[in-house]
Design a protein around this ligand. Sequence first.
Ligand code: NAG
Ligand code: NAG
Ligand code: NAG
Ligand code: NAG
Ligand code: NAG
Ligand code: NAG
Length: 352
Amino acid sequence: MHILPATEPRPGEGDGQGGPAMRGYLVAIFLSAVFLYYVLHCILWGTNAYWVPPVEMKRRNKIQPCLSKPAFASLLRFHQFHPFLCAADFKKIASLYGGDKFDLPYGIRTSAEYFRLALSKLQSCDLFDESDNVPCKKCVVVGNGGVLKNKTLGEKIDSYDVIIRMNNGPVLGHEEEVGRRTTFRLFYPESVFSDPNHNDPNTTAILTAFKPLDLKWLWELLTGGKINTNGFWKKPALNLIYRPYQIRILDPFIIRMAAYELLHFPKVFPKNQKPKHPTTGIIAITLAFHICHEVHLAGFKYNFSDLKSPLHYYGNATMSLMSKNAYHNVTAEQLFLKDIIEKNFVINLTED
Ligand SMILES: *[C@@H]1O[C@H](CO)[C@@H](O)[C@H](O)[C@H]1NC(C)=O
Ligand SMILES: *[C@@H]1O[C@H](CO)[C@@H](O)[C@H](O)[C@H]1NC(C)=O
Ligand SMILES: *[C@@H]1O[C@H](CO)[C@@H](O)[C@H](O)[C@H]1NC(C)=O
Ligand SMILES: *[C@@H]1O[C@H](CO)[C@@H](O)[C@H](O)[C@H]1NC(C)=O
Ligand SMILES: *[C@@H]1O[C@H](CO)[C@@H](O)[C@H](O)[C@H]1NC(C)=O
Ligand SMILES: *[C@@H]1O[C@H](CO)[C@@H](O)[C@H](O)[C@H]1NC(C)=O
């Protein structure tokens, strides 16, 4: 890298020696040197897990740098990553991280216009509240597993800096089992609450878009338009309980990392198989890995040996529903969870 500055013209060197042609030549050399320096800089620092990309700085509240190494750092390319799309620069971020080379749910290719429309209706892409200044966050990801039933983890869960929940796993009526606070809740149109009683104004609700229609749905709800329910695998919510200030759109980068880096899914599936995508639970853990310093899990467990056992800590669904799932690879997810627990990358709170 030290050889590069030598090609930079020194002040005055171009003047009076070669006229405009020479000057143009020197400017070109200078610009390529700057460009090369930048590329080299990125390559060198890109391998560093603590590299924070320059674009991130421009965001209103960047993640506080947490300098001690999290246990799971070896799993990640970038430990700290701004996980939400911002209307102003989501295309730039996508080309920086390769999101422009993947379709939903892994990138913005062919859906950039849907992303732009939905983002144009949101009010913020901030991660944490401006008053928040805890640099190394202790997080808990609360799965919706039946394993939480009849447990009293509520108080413990509420004691974390950041509490991540997903879909329609309720807090209301289950405070003793799962706690009261929710920092983030990942959702998609088929899984989001429609009863306003479930809204907590302190929650940031994160749309996890799996298909272009999910973004169109959000845009339609926020513009007060009519919802077309065709194309959803289950009837989507027809009203939004969250206010625009609470809503964010998850960067598909996080879903891509979950699928390819953590679950090691193939990029192409055989023709006779439906492509598998990560469950919201694994996406939530991947999100936690990119914004937290310590990650604990609760409610991540499936008991496949008893198809009649409860699937969730709420409602009546049983395990038989999950075992029929063609959209996820539950085996791969179970192996991944077992692995990160065994390596102490995360702590399993539902351990007896
Ligand atoms: C939870 O407790 C209720 C009432 O005590 C009991 O009927 C139910 O079987 C328990 N569920 C589980 C999953 O242990
Ligand atoms: C929301 O946050 C405020 C301020 O921290 C707090 O007083 C309030 O109890 C919280 N509400 C809920 C439902 O957690
Ligand atoms: C799963 O369910 C079966 C049948 O109810 C039970 O015997 C077994 O202990 C359960 N396994 C776990 C890991 O809880
Ligand atoms: C679960 O089943 C019970 C008894 O069959 C029923 O009363 C209850 O409404 C059901 N709950 C849900 C959420 O479907
Ligand atoms: C699911 O993942 C496991 C473990 O990675 C793999 O062996 C299996 O072939 C996958 N199944 C499908 C249907 O993709
Ligand atoms: C967490 O611990 C419980 C109890 O030992 C176990 O049944 C469950 O499978 C564990 N969770 C995961 C994801 O391995």
